[in-house]
Design a protein around this ligand. Structure first.
Ligand code: ZN
Length: 97
């Protein structure tokens, strides 16, 4: 058997952590708390790359943009404290599963 024994390539799939010298980032989720204009928004299940060593989470610009939308929605909603799960933008494609 001369084929490759494995298709996994950990070196390519895990980026170095920007916060510590030893960790690498793995796909996961994080929870963030935002306080803005008198409202507190807790967002759970935010998709992020999480460092296994220091626990810091790195989110994409797209995710940050969606979080800004959720913060704005919360401010408009007029509630002081809101706990939400991260929701990808709903305009793209409705889940038809
Ligand atoms: Zn780290």
């Amino acid at each position: 058997m001369n084929g490759p024994t494995t298709s996994r390539n950990d070196a390519d799939s895990s980026a170095a952590c920007p916060y510590c010298p030893v960790g690498t980032l793995k796909p996961g989720t994080t929870t963030e708390v935002y306080e803005r204009g008198g409202v507190t928004l807790v967002v759970k299940d935010i998709p992020a790359e999480v460092c296994w060593a220091c626990g810091e989470a790195v989110t994409t610009e797209e995710t940050v943009g969606r979080l800004e939308e959720m913060i704005a929605e919360t401010e408009r909603g007029g509630m002081e404290t809101v706990v939400r799960h991260f929701e990808p933008t709903t305009s793209a494609s409705p889940a038809a599963a």
